[in-house]
Design a protein around this ligand. Structure first.
Ligand code: NI
Length: 203
């Protein structure tokens, strides 16, 4: 396994619609493993192949179990999602020994069902370092994909898991979370990103 270089906006790879893989070869498996290691190295919960410059429809994610909770519903009927850390009021007591990892590796993921109900979450992205914004998406989705063994899987997602899988599938379609924001919010965030990159020597 190897840690790969994460690309930042405005790298053209992040605007590219990625190609499906023919099958989950050992090269694709190695890519999945590298993506996972790279994601952990940068404390992410999801990473897509084009974020490291590989233009294939491959992603990985690991949203820890119990990492989120619904915090309420707003006047527009949108469910809001917050983080649920140990010690938070209402959060279940978690033992240090419990493995909260929830690793998923996907090739050719497709959203095959999406709920009418929407949810909002303060999203960030390893390719847009230091920047966060509320993004509204379908609260629940069903995704069909090939797993690391090349087996077809169908899985339902909600909450943070749902935002994460939709965010990563967006990447494979050349869409970054800031593309869901208004033009004004987006341009403000892009300006802040450029300042952030300069002050942290990122390019
Ligand atoms: Ni991202």
């Amino acid at each position: 396994m190897a840690i790969r270089q994460i690309l930042y906006l405005p790298d053209p790879a992040l605007k590219t619609v990625c190609d499906p893989v023919d099958s989950v070869t050992s090269e694709v498996q190695a890519l999945m493993d590298d993506l996972l290691e790279t994601m952990y190295d940068d404390n992410g919960i999801g990473l897509s192949a084009n974020q490291v410059g590989v233009l294939q429809r491959v992603l990985v994610m690991d949203v820890p179990k119990g990492a989120w909770k619904y915090t309420g519903e707003d006047a527009d009927g949108i469910l809001h999602i917050g983080s649920a850390r140990r010690g938070d009021a209402g959060a279940e007591e978690t033992d240090e020994e419990i493995d909260t990892h929830n690793v998923l590796m996907m090739a050719n993921p497709e959203i095959i069902e999406a709920s009418e109900q929407k949810s909002a979450y303060l999203e960030g992205c390893l390719s847009v370092p230091g920047q966060f914004a509320d993004v509204v998406r379908p609260a629940k989705v069903k995704v069909r994909y090939l797993d690391r063994d090349g087996k077809t899987q169908e899985q339902e997602f909600e909450g943070l898991d749902s935002h994460c899988v939709q965010h990563e599938i967006d990447h494979l379609n050349g869409i970054v979370f800031i593309d869901h924001l208004s033009r004004l919010k987006r341009s403000t965030l892009v300006r802040k990103l450029e300042k952030y990159k300069k002050s942290h020597n990122l390019d």
